[in-house]
Unconditional design. Structure first.
Length: 326
């Protein structure tokens, strides 16, 4: 996985790829899928221990150190409007995504939840963290991440274009709150914000990080839901709550980062290493995914992600305008 992650990181540094806002984490799954679908079966079997280790242990370690991207001061600095927009958009997107996925598109419950979480919170990282709690099949995570990549990439061009055309009628700071509360990936928020102004990028990234923090209560609630759902089913414990301990580590690391114990250069180095770890996990997911499984998943995940994209675009605008005018 080290080699594949290095390849994905190198590709992400190519100017045209970099300008498109394609992070190595997203590219990792593409590289992994290419190798996973072209290498001989025997070679894949020999690599199996490495892919399993990456998905199980490296992923959780990466999510813990993802906390170095956040400080509690950031959350306070964005103020009530940004925090409120984050809460409303995360909750509404999750509920809408799960409802539409299961009721309208008749999707597998795990796939609906993964797709909704990817759109609602922080893209690929949210899908991976949620998959760890759901214990879902790996190919479902790949499908969910693919929808995030597709519509997140579209959002990087649509949001700034609407702003430059004068169709949004909001300040740069309000635009930052808007994209922070509705654009999928962190990197995509940075690209969208900088396409308008530095002020938009700054407020956007802070609001986006408040959405990332909401991954913690989501995973805890999801663990509780799984216990309730499995109650009475033979082979499942009725009492044990599957607490995702890596989430508690995430909170601890964010708290440590809030104390400013390390210089910014050290934090930057840690986040760079963490991105590489996430890329390794994504490569492993791609390695374990066969293209034929996409046909099994059908078009429903794309339709669901498309509707959620429309909700994030339109609903996010309305919520931001309402909150910033209060």
């Amino acid at each position: 996985m080290l080699l594949l992650a290095a390849i994905a990181t190198w590709i992400s540094q190519i100017e045209v790829v970099k300008s498109a806002g394609m992070s190595p984490v997203v590219l990792g799954i593409v590289v992994g899928m290419i190798f996973g679908n072209t290498l001989p079966v025997g070679a894949l079997e020999r690599l199996k221990p490495g892919t399993t280790f990456s998905v199980k242990y490296i992923l959780r370690t990466a999510i813990i150190f993802y906390g170095f991207r956040i400080t509690f001061q950031n959350i306070i600095a964005v103020g009530a409007p940004g925090f409120l927009v984050s809460i409303i958009m995360v909750a509404s997107t999750l509920l809408l995504g799960i409802f539409l996925g299961k009721k309208l598109f008749k999707m597998d419950a795990d796939l609906a939840i993964l797709t909704a979480c990817g759109s609602a919170i922080c893209g690929a990282a949210a899908v991976l963290a949620t998959e760890s709690v759901l214990k879902a099949e790996k190919h479902k995570s790949v499908v969910a991440v693919s929808t995030v990549v597709l519509f997140g990439t579209i959002s990087m061009f649509v949001y700034p274009a609407l702003m430059h055309l004068g169709l949004l009628n909001m300040t740069s700071e309000a635009f930052g709150i808007y994209i922070g509360g509705s654009v999928h990936e962190v990197a995509q928020v940075v690209v969208s914000g900088n396409a308008v102004s530095e002020a938009a990028a700054n407020s956007g990234i802070i609001v986006k990080m408040t959405r990332v923090m909401m991954l913690v209560p989501l995973l805890l609630a999801l663990g509780f839901f799984i216990v309730k759902k499995n109650k009475g089913i033979p082979g499942h414990s009725e009492k044990k709550l599957p607490i995702p301990y890596f989430v508690l580590g995430f909170i601890l690391v964010a708290g440590i980062n809030s104390l400013n114990l390390f210089p910014q250069s050290t934090v930057a180095l840690i986040t760079t290493a963490d991105t590489f770890l996430l890329t390794m996990a994504m490569c492993a997911l791609g390695m374990e995914t066969n293209f034929s499984r996409f046909r099994t998943a059908g078009k429903e995940p794309i339709y669901l992600a498309g509707l959620l994209f429309i909700w994030l675009l339109v609903g996010g605008f309305l919520v931001t305008k309402l909150v910033t005018c209060i």
